[in-house]
Design a protein around this ligand. Structure first.
Ligand code: NAD
Length: 328
């Protein structure tokens, strides 16, 4: 039990520095290693401490920002560190679908199909539009309530301030990022160079001065609609079309598969081409496309059962900074 208390305290300290202060103390790999050991110990002992990070999403809110209660919760993602764990996730999905179909033979779910997206490494954004106008933008915060950062998000040129959908309220989720070329350029001139693009984006968006945010020339990709008045989607493809039609920036590396082996091939391709991208990714996200299946699979306290993040080996994120300092 002492070990459990130690890991919980250690991880909570790392979370505070990562989510609240945007200054991580350890690498994601180190964090994930302790986190996985804690998950295993909790499973083995059947004990979960009330403040265990395995039970919560995100971190504490910073003072100075107006809190925003999300219309639908923002989740974390289940993780697979290798193909074997990804296969276990897929087996679980098939088992749950089969169980559902046994209970509902008159209206069975279709065979699972998969969307594969990049997992951008920046700061989660939740944008609220009312009757076609951007009225709020928030961080994920603890998943239920985030920090209102509308003025900061408005500095991102790829975020639409108005959209064609004017029939009520909609919340759209995406990731605020800093392009690597922009980071390199910024660091050639900055008095205090940024450590990496993730901190560059997260620190700028949670800065009380929107002029600082603007100076970082951020970008964003959108991948989900958490809430939409009177709009229903049959599947991921329909939802992504809706995002594109409403002028949201959707990443071009989005592919769909009916065969799980094709998913694993695509993951290998993404990992290979990763270093050529102008932004950081720390993995790929695999999502079941059919929305009725998503509803049937549901959520744990922390993440949806219909999606999983496939994590890549941590990349050397300081390379750009080093090469820049050699050039100056
Ligand atoms: P997560 O890994 O559970 O993933 C959820 C987030 O992924 C979403 O909020 C979203 O912002 C992002 N995302 C990017 N692309 C996406 C896409 N295509 N679809 C859906 N979501 C997408 O996020 P988390 O819970 O914030 O992160 C946990 C991870 O953060 C840990 O595994 C660890 O690696 C890292 N972490 C590191 C430290 C540290 O000190 N180094 C501390 C805490 C967490």
């Amino acid at each position: 039990m002492d070990q459990m208390h130690t890991w919980v305290a250690e991880l909570n300290k790392y979370n505070y520095h990562y989510y609240t202060l945007d200054t991580p103390l350890v690498s994601d790999k180190e964090y994930d290693a302790i986190y996985d050991k804690l998950v295993a110990l909790e499973a083995e002992t059947g004990t979960v401490l009330p403040d265990s990070p395995t039970q919560r999403v995100g971190g504490e809110l910073l003072k100075g920002f107006t809190p925003h209660r999300h219309l639908a919760p923002l989740w974390s993602l289940d993780k697979a560190q290798n193909i074997e764990q990804l296969r276990s996730w897929n087996v679980r999905v098939h088992r749950l679908v089969n169980e559902y179909n046994t209970r509902n033979p008159e209206n069975p779910l279709p065979d699972p199909c998969y969307a594969v997206e990049l997992k951008y490494d920046g700061l989660t954004l939740n944008l609220t539009y009312r009757d076609g106008v951007l009225v709020q933008a928030a961080t994920r915060g603890n998943g239920v309530t985030g920090e209102g950062i509308l003025a900061q998000v408005k500095t991102i040129k790829s975020v639409p301030l108005t959209i064609p959908f004017e029939d009520g309220v909609i919340e759209v989720q995406g990731e605020g990022i800093m392009n690597l070329s922009v980071l390199a350029d910024y660091n050639t001139r900055a008095a205090e160079p940024l450590k990496n693009a993730r901190n560059g984006a997260a620190g700028a968006l949670r800065n009380l001065n929107p002029k600082t945010t603007a100076s970082r020339r951020l970008n964003a990709f959108f991948y989900n609609i958490g809430y939409a008045d009177g709009v229903e989607f049959a599947d991921h493809q329909e939802m992504m079309d809706f995002l594109r039609n409403n002028r949201f920036k959707v990443n071009p590396y989005l592919t769909y598969y009916s065969n799980f082996d094709d998913v694993t091939e695509q993951l290998a391709e993404i990992e290979e081409s990763r270093s050529g991208l102008d932004y950081l990714i720390d993995g790929a996200v695999i999502k079941i496309t059919d929305f009725r299946t998503r509803e049937a699979l549901g959520y744990t306290d922390k993440f949806p059962r219909w999606a999983v993040a496939y994590k890549f080996e941590a990349e050397e994120t300081t390379t750009i900074l080093e090469s820049v300092s050699w050039n100056v």
